[in-house]
Design a protein around this ligand. Structure first.
Ligand code: PXG
Length: 292
């Protein structure tokens, strides 16, 4: 049986959930999206995801036709219609139908759709053994040109980097800023552990302010680990004691090699493990209930 998709106020069978070829989300990548997860009947950090979506839309002067309470209800309805308790949720708002020119003012009605589906996870053994990464030659967009905090439908530079990782046979890759600092990976944020400190790049170099990144920093502080947002370069990754990635789909996943160099002792480190355990526990304990 196919999925039921929320599209502009209706729940439609997936074969009928279609949008126009004149939608500017498709023609120009003009729109915003979110990827969210539900664990055991609760949506994790829904408010934070909605805040990022609405802030991104606001920055684009894109008026979402639902308020946050209505959008929350639409997400929960979509999950219920598909009888899901554990799920990946994709929420998309596009500029809507316009003409063939760029002008967003000619698009009168944004398109809103929500897909909720069973989640495809990284294989469990990757959490035990850790990932291999490469450094991608594709740079992250310059934040002077496009703010990476807007989770827009323009993902081409991440996709070019993703093609490099696939070519290299690894699941993720590090993306540098235009001035050569480590920014993030293709769809996850990056953390290092060095001398007992947790370090992640600051947002101003052009990375996404990940919801999982924020949760991880809070969990680190709660465990008494000093946490810093600090610029670093690829050599600092090679010389780190531990490295891990954070994202909604990946959760918190250890990295054990980068560009063929072994990180730390080549196994997921103790701080990575303890933060991962705390993260997993939190996802099981908190969230917006789907079925009340
Ligand atoms: N950086 C980028 C560029 C992202 O797209 C993250 C970091 C992590 O953010 P969260 O809020 O998830 O902790 C993302 C996440 C997926 C997927 O299937 C994730 C994203 C985009 C597309 C697919 O995991 N964004």
């Amino acid at each position: 049986m196919g999925l039921l998709i929320y599209l502009d106020g209706e729940l439609l069978p997936e074969e009928q959930a279609k949008i126009s070829v004149f939608d500017h989300g498709l023609l120009y990548g003009d729109g915003v999206f979110e990827g969210i997860r539900a664990y055991n009947g609760r949506v994790f950090r829904l408010e934070e995801h909605l805040e990022r979506l609405y802030d991104g839309a606001r920055a684009l002067q894109l008026q979402i036709p639902l308020d946050k309470a209505q959008m929350t209800e639409a997400v929960l309805e979509t999950l219920r219609a598909n009888e899901l308790r554990d799920a990946y949720i994709r929420m998309v708002v596009t500029r809507g139908v316009g003409d063939l020119g760029l002008d967003p003012l000619k698009c009168h009605s944004p398109t809103v759709f929500i897909i909720a589906d069973a989640i495809e996870l990284y294989p469990e053994e990757l959490y035990e053994t850790g990932l291999a990464l490469i450094t991608c030659s594709t740079r992250r967009n310059d934040p002077a040109a496009l703010d990476a905090g807007i989770k827009s439908l323009n993902y081409l530079n991440n996709i070019l980097a993703k093609m490099e990782t696939t070519q290299a046979g690894v699941p993720e890759g590090i993306m540098l800023s235009t001035d050569g600092h480590v920014a993030e990976c293709t769809a996850v944020n990056i953390f290092l552990v060095k001398d007992g400190r947790l370090i992640t790049p600051p947002l101003h170099i052009g990375n996404l302010g990940g919801v999982t990144r924020t949760v991880t920093m809070t969990l680190g502080q709660a465990q008494g680990i000093p946490v810093a947002e600090q610029l670093f370069r690829i050599k600092d990754v090679y010389c780190a004691d531990e490295c891990f990635l954070t994202g909604t789909a990946a959760e918190l996943v250890p990295v054990v090699t980068v560009d063929g160099r072994t990180i730390g002792d080549g196994k997921p480190g103790p701080i990575t493990k303890s933060l991962r355990e705390a993260f997993v526990a939190l996802t099981r304990a908190e969230g917006t209930p789907i079925y009340s």
